[in-house]
Design a protein around this ligand. Structure first.
Ligand code: HDD
Length: 695
């Protein structure tokens, strides 16, 4: 006899989904909705298929089984061709300073107004299931549901892009994605095809050096900047245009990890950034960014030593200051990953009246690509009707039918002009979107690039020279690591030639680390200009000394002193940090006989995941842990990653003294709580050359 599953057993209860609002019944005293098919037919048995006898064949007639399996078979949709791995949150934008002088877009003119939005932050190269912490650019896409229609500001965490013309995008992406014959590497630029392409495309040099910098290794998605990159236009009531570049400045400041941390985190927690976003929003620690604008006229742009329509060029903040006009707050994690984060469709072509495009050839190509890609990804031109994509202001048009049409338009009229139905929508000269009336005299058709686009080295040079010494060392080491993974000698050599144009010292450091000779530099297409350095381009130099948004780990074990743990917990929390308790197990009995729940086991939570570490353990436990390699790595890595460490006597005697750790000002006994708190707000970068052979 077939065994029937007991439906009243709570272990066998299914989760209910939205939309199943049908019938309910009493189950163990609780109202639960009845499980139904898609047609609303109640399901009596969700555990067994319909068979002939208990051991006989399954019947084709079993519509419950067929519908369930059929839907499951089609659950996956194509992942995004780039930016497949992403995490998102709902929130709002609030304007603090009106830009009414420059634009008619309400979102930028009505001070105090809150506009709902959805923001998705992504890596670029990896697949949907790839790790959160590769060396990569981060996508920074914001969908504002403005009352004049959706505005998608689709940018990155770096203010420039790899290429100048959309024509090169498929080549760039094919070069960085896993090599097509072997299917690897995943989520990595450290391979021959990427470096082959970029070394043959000098326009990529600027974004490549950002990619080699600490900006490509964010500590948290809450600690990255965002940039709209391209110049856009703001259009005011008189139809006057002002160019604008958009910036997102994280309220927590910019912070990155070291490469070694990123590598270790990716093994310990591939979802490190997603988890951090989820946890911080759920504990009410809402990520915030200020929106900044760089505003400039056509005449001012003509004086820049570069062309602002070239997306490989940033406009230094010292040249055009960033004016802060509002704030974005992310205060709600999505309810359902697929419905929201996966199905959200950003298109740079989505703009409200008062904002317009520039002629940047990269942006112009994007205006086609995003709308197009949603068709293959989401399967229908009706993707705008999916709740996460639909505008929150009224919308109506004559577009009809198509796959998965959700609307039921009620009229005999589906065309314009018409005179049969006065309730149908009509165009509005007053409210409608007007493209900027730009007069273009240079009307010769051709595949040409502006001469001013030819300078590929001045800005990467400015970027490198603007960095602090530890950051320069990280950049040199990153080039050495990545080129060290390139098997083709002439590709490595070609890259070293480019580096000579960026900075001779950088080139020499990388060549030395690779054991290679420096080649002659290639001919530069335009003279290399000496630009003033800009502190705004640093990461370490701009990381605020704070515990806000950071996380401290306290290692405890059976017998640890509760009073000490609480003292450190409280001090960290007072400064805005969150605390995780790490222990050999998931529970431990403390000195006062009470039991503590740990957040993680030490074997599963390397110190790379935290900003500073504390150890409060008793001698017997310290002796035991001194034989555990993950505990030893915990301390060695905290030291190697230049972090503050607070230790108790037993930790010192049985663990630290056995490790290659040289005591310094950032390694303090438990009694020096204040010093630990001060140190934990930053890193002791001077320690780094002692622990790592940087290029
Ligand atoms: Fe792109 C996705 C950012 C150039 C074609 N891009 C995508 C996303 C971001 C960016 C953040 C993910 C959006 C999301 O979370 O869903 N892309 C950029 C930036 C660029 C840029 C900042 C240069 C300044 N992109 C670019 C070009 C093209 C594309 C030149 C094509 C000609 N991008 C795409 C795409 C994607 C995309 C293939 C993949 C998924 C999607 O659009 O919706 O169409």
């Amino acid at each position: 006899m077939k065994k029937k599953i007991d439906h009243t057993d709570p272990a066998n209860k299914m989760n209910t989904t939205q939309g199943n609002g049908g019938e309910t019944h009493q189950d163990a005293g609780q109202e639960v909705p009845t499980l139904t098919t898609q047609q609303g037919v109640a399901i009596a048995d969700n555990q067994n298929s319909l068979t002939v006898g208990s051991r006989g064949p399954t019947l084709l007639e079993d519509f419950v089984l067929r519908e369930k399996i059929n839907h499951f078979d089609h659950e996956r949709i194509p992942e995004r061709i780039v930016h497949a791995r992403g995490s998102a949150a709902h929130g709002y934008f609030e304007l603090s300073e009106s830009l009414a002088e420059y634009t008619t877009a309400n979102i930028l003119t009505e001070v105090g107004k809150q506009t709902p939005l959805f923001t998705r932050i992504s890596t670029v190269a990896g697949s949907k299931g790839s790790k959160d912490t590769p060396r990569d650019v981060r996508g920074f896409a914001v969908k504002f549901y403005t009352d004049q229609g959706n505005w998608d500001l689709v940018g990155n965490n770096m203010p420039i892009f790899f290429i100048q013309d959309a024509m090169k995008f498929p080549d760039l992406v094919h070069a960085v994605k896993p090599e097509p014959d072997r299917g690897y590497p995943q989520a990595a630029s450290a391979h021959d095809t990427f470096w082959d392409f970029v070394s043959l495309s000098p326009e990529t040099m600027h974004n490549v050096i950002w990619l080699m910098s600490d900006r490509a290794l964010p500590r948290s998605l809450r600690m990255i900047e965002g940039f709209g990159i391209h110049s856009y236009r703001l259009i005011n009531k008189e139809g006057k245009s002002t160019f604008v570049r958009f910036h997102w400045k994280p309220v927590l400041g910019v912070q990155s990890t070291t490469w070694d941390e990123a590598v270790k985190i990716s093994g310990a927690d591939p979802d490190y950034h997603r988890r951090d976003l989820f946890e911080s929003i759920n504990r009410g620690d809402f990520p915030e960014w200020e929106l900044g604008v760089q505003l400039f006229s056509e005449q001012e742009a003509a004086q820049f030593p570069f062309d602002h329509l070239d997306a490989t060029k940033l406009i230094p903040e010292e040249l055009v200051p960033v004016k802060i006009v509002g704030k974005m707050v992310l205060n709600r994690y999505p309810d359902n990953f697929f419905a929201e984060t996966e199905q959200v469709a950003f298109c740079p072509s989505h703009l409200p009246p008062g904002i317009d495009f520039s002629n940047d050839p990269l942006l112009q190509g994007r205006l086609f690509s995003y709308l197009d890609t949603q068709l293959s990804r989401l399967g229908s031109p009706n993707f705008a009707q999916i709740p996460i994509n639909a505008p929150k202001c009224p919308f109506a048009n004559m577009q009809r039918d198509g796959h998965m049409q959700m609307q039921v338009p009620k009229s005999r009229v589906a065309y314009e002009p018409q005179s049969l139905d006065p309730s149908m929508p009509r165009e509005s000269e007053k409210r409608g979107f007007h493209s900027y009336s730009e007069s273009l005299d240079d009307g010769v058709k051709g595949r040409v690039r502006a001469d001013k686009f030819a300078d590929h080295y001045s800005q990467p040079r400015m970027f490198y020279q603007s960095q602090t010494a530890p950051e320069q060392a990280h950049i040199a080491s990153a080039y050495a690591f990545e080129l060290g993974k390139v098997d083709t000698a002439h590709v490595r050599t070609r890259m070293l030639g480019h580096l000579r144009h960026i900075d001779e010292d950088l080139a020499a450091r990388v060549a030395d680390a690779l054991g290679m000779e420096l080649p002659e530099p290639p001919t530069a297409a335009a003279p290399i200009q000496e630009m003033p350095t800009s502190d705004a381009l640093q990461t370490i130099g701009r990381t605020p000394h704070t515990l806000k948004g950071r996380q401290i780990a306290i290692l405890v074990a059976p017998g640890s002193k509760r009073s000490e743990i609480e003292k450190y917990q409280q001090a960290a929390k007072d400064q805005g940090a969150s605390v995780k308790i790490i222990a050999p197990g998931r529970e431990a009995v403390l000195d006062d006989g009470t039991r503590i729940q740990s957040d993680e086991r030490v074997a599963g939570a390397p110190s790379a995941m935290f900003d500073a570490v504390v150890s409060i353990i008793m001698p017997e436990q310290a002796k035991k842990l001194a034989k555990d390699s993950s505990t030893l790595d915990w301390f060695t890595d905290a030291y190697g990653h230049c972090k503050a460490i607070a230790y108790c006597g037993a930790t010192d005697q049985y663990i630290l003294s056995k490790l290659p750790i040289e005591k310094d000002a950032f390694i303090t006994p438990l009694t020096e709580l204040d010093n630990f708190i001060k140190n934990a707000k930053t890193r002791l970068w001077q320690r780094e050359p002692k622990v790592r052979d940087l290029a």
